[in-house]
Write a protein that binds this ligand. Structure first.
Ligand code: C2E
Ligand code: MG
Ligand code: MG
Ligand code: MG
Length: 267
């Protein structure tokens, strides 16, 4: 294992590191091939109205089965794609695939269904991305209102003004932006005043023990109320149990996502 010495970022070399570098290189080579061959697939997880159980939208989640490495989770391949600047090509493929699937999803869940697509910070902030997004929507004759872009708080840490401009730009194009994993980043809260998000997705760490711990439920309810004061829609992530679902009903949150309602599934 590589270790950090004191506060400097000098890495001590250990024999393991050679293997690690080798593994990362292999992963990158495989990813390059996968982007070239468009080898990623999407699964879709419903966003549910907790009172009516109606499916309001779906989130598209990328899956990758590498011929040589097997199933690799997004938590592993998304950072590697970002690191090797393959992320932009990947994201455009994912958007295209979601656009192609919209018709089928409307057939299954109703005509007003939305598709949420996760967008890495580097791509979301790229000046070309809004136009590329619009081109895909036009190609498939899709109403921008059918698409939601999910971005994480990482986007806000260094480039607040760039982030504000980007989100405002999407909004002006009729594309809504959702703030994913809300509460887990280190961006502070002041951005809530001036970034025009459509929705906050409350991270599952805030949902996990709302059924057992009254203080967790207080916190969850306050986050919901705060979001609503700012005019954001809220959605609870990672609902896994009947008890969590019941506790949610004591808050103002109306929309949820999680294994309790539905797992991500192939279309
Ligand atoms: P995310 O956007 O916050 O997506 C939710 C993750 O939580 C998904 O994991 C989903 O399968 C999982 N999940 C859903 N319900 C539950 C639940 O009840 N309990 C638990 N424990 N987990 C639940 P997944 O598919 O492994 O994706 C992980 C992360 O990878 C995503 O987090 C997202 O940040 C990223 N990701 C996935 N697909 C893409 C993509 O196409 N592009 C980008 N840029 N990132 C992606
Ligand atoms: Mg997401
Ligand atoms: Mg999330
Ligand atoms: Mg998450």
């Amino acid at each position: 294992q590589a270790k950090l010495h004191g506060s400097s970022s000098v890495l001590a070399y250990t024999p393991d590191m050679g293997d690690h570098v080798h593994a990362e290189n292999l992963l990158e080579a495989e990813l390059k091939q996968a982007v070239r061959d468009e080898n990623f697939t999407l699964v879709y997880q419903p966003k549910i109205d907790i009172h009516t159980r109606q499916v309001l939208g779906v989130e598209a989640l990328a899956r990758w089965n590498s011929p040589r490495l097997g199933d690799i989770p997004p938590a592993r391949f998304i950072p590697a794609l970002t690191h090797s600047s393959l992320i932009e090509g990947f994201t455009l493929q994912i958007l295209q695939q979601a656009a192609r699937d919209l018709g089928k999803l409307q057939g299954k869940f109703g005509p007003s269904i939305t598709i949420a697509v996760n967008i890495s910070p580097a791509v979301a902030l790229s000046p070309e991305f809004p136009q590329q997004c619009c081109a895909i929507l036009q190609q498939y004759r899709i109403d921008p209102a059918a698409i939601i872009l999910e971005i994480t708080e990482d986007i806000l840490i260094t480039e607040l003004e760039t982030a504000r401009t980007a989100v405002a730009r999407f909004r002006s194009l009729g594309i809504r932006v959702s703030l994913d994993d809300f509460g887990t980043g280190y961006a502070g809260l002041s951005y809530l005043r001036n970034i025009p998000f459509h929705e906050l997705k409350i991270d599952r760490s805030f949902v996990q023990d709302i059924a057992e711990n009254p203080r967790s439920l207080h916190l969850f309810r306050i986050i919901c109320e705060m979001a609503e004061l700012f005019g954001f829609s809220v959605i609870a992530e990672g609902v896994e149990t009947e008890a969590q679902h019941a506790a949610l009903r004591e808050s103002s949150c109306r929309i949820a996502q999680g294994f309790y309602y539905a797992r991500p599934e192939n279309l």
